[in-house]
Design a protein around this ligand. Structure first.
Ligand code: ARG
Length: 409
């Protein structure tokens, strides 16, 4: 015998079709088990007697949000040398806490771009098994990078012989490292294509990895059906990453017209963490961020925001990526208002965090919009986010996979 489906009915003032940008007003969305079965104007259609009905007057329904760049196992209050005190095991527990906070903020999917000890993969699996609450995680495992690069750990002197797990030099070594990450469960490959702000002794403008190494890395990942995300601030590193065929570039601080043209031609996505700078410059020192990193941030932050404006204007594919973990998890939604401030329409910012993200992940058949047949990842916010984007900072109802995870109505 077949169990009867559980039915959930959401009656809201509106629902946003992120693909067309149109609002359905008023809207009724019906969920059976973990699928959306219908969305549209309220109907007279008879519902099962035991259907659970939620009144969402004054609210707008949206697809569950995606943050395409997080580090769930990182604590924003623990940076620089303080991080040397944290074991992988401790970080995994931090990840459990941050997974809950991320879900509470309305983010039902995240891409975790780098974690030591495959802690993000353990967390992904624990959430999938229902042991702990959290978003769907698309996990990278250890980020790949050159010796001494942004994805290495350069805090200690040579006597200590500290080398980050993802370090690999040379085309065959990077292929082997990609294979190893896949062996232990990675969904996506992350690597560092330039220096970074928070790493010791790296230059944000300088490329890391030769084009040849990047091409080998991307080829290996693509052969195996994985997408690739490249950390890149400097112009040459951004361009080399795009030429090598990466699926997304992270940060993208120093852009030029050439890089924009290349990205448009290749369909590369940009994931730009333009809220991050506010936290780093106000709270970073207390959290242990190095003085040299704060100096780098003073150069990167402003330029990145101008680059964001240019990329949006040029029509580059954009996704929402925050680098939460550098700043506190749960504050992810604060980036929406900055995306609008620096050149996006409200709709574009919402698309970046929904349908564009699902498309980049190659999951748009199942996720990223409120369509019948898709998985029921649904949130409700107060009022109309197309008129007031700051409403995205407070998400009173979060449904993931048909299950109510947050209800603060
Ligand atoms: N993880 C990045 C890095 O260390 C953070 C950059 C933050 N700054 C910014 N303006 N987005 O490079």
């Amino acid at each position: 015998t077949q169990a009867l489906a559980e039915t959930l009915v959401l009656n809201a003032d509106a629902a946003l079709d992120v693909k067309s940008g149109k609002l359905i007003t008023p809207a009724t969305l019906i969920i059976e088990d973990n699928r959306i079965v219908s969305i549209g104007k309220p109907t007279k259609k008879a519902l099962p007697a035991d259907a659970k009905v939620i009144d969402l007057s004054g609210h707008t329904l949206l697809p569950g949000l995606f943050d395409m760049h997080v580090h769930l196992t990182s604590d924003a209050h623990v940076h620089g040398y303080k991080r040397l005190q944290r074991t992988t095991q401790r970080a995994a527990i931090t990840g459990v806490m941050n997974a809950r906070r991320t879900l509470d903020a309305g983010f039902t999917s995240v891409r975790n771009l780098g974690a030591a000890g495959y802690a993000d993969i353990a967390l992904r699996d624990a959430i999938y098994d229902g042991d702990v609450p959290g978003p769907r995680i698309f996990a990278a495992g250890p980020s790949l990078g050159i010796t001494g690069g942004h994805c290495d750990n350069n805090l200690l002197t040579h006597e200590h012989k500290v080398v980050a797990e993802g370090v690999a030099d040379g085309p065959w070594a990077v292929r082997a490292k990609v294979r190893e990450n896949i062996k232990y469960g990675a969904d996506v490959i992350k690597y560092c294509a330039t220096g970074g702000v928070l790493s010791k002794g790296t230059k944000v403008g300088a490329q890391q990895y030769s084009l040849e190494e990047m091409q080998a890395l991307v080829d290996e990942a693509h052969l195996r059906g994985l997408t690739v995300a490249a950390h890149a601030h400097g112009t040459e590193g951004i361009k080399s990453a795009i030429k090598a065929g990466v699926d997304s570039v992270e940060h993208v601080s120093f852009l030029d017209d050439d890089a924009i043209l290349l990205a448009k031609k290749q369909g590369t996505y940009f994931s730009m963490d333009i809220y991050n700078t506010e936290y780093i410059l106000s709270e970073g020192e207390k959290a242990g961020i190095l003085a040299e990193s704060l100096d780098k941030e003073r150069v990167v932050g402003g330029t990145q925001r101008e680059s964001f404006r240019r990329a949006v204007k040029a029509g580059v594919n954009m996704v929402f990526g925050s680098d939460a973990g550098v700043y506190p998890h749960g504050d992810n939604g604060k980036q929406f208002s900055r995306m609008v401030k620096f050149g996006m329409s409200e709709l574009q910012a919402l698309q970046a965090a929904t349908i564009n993200a699902a498309t980049l992940l190659k999951r748009a058949d199942q996720l990223g919009s409120l369509d019948a047949g898709k998985l029921a990842d649904v949130i409700a916010v107060k009022g109309n986010p197309l008129k007031d984007i700051s409403t995205m900072e407070n998400v009173p109802l979060v449904i993931k996979d048909g299950k109510i995870e947050v209800n603060k109505l």
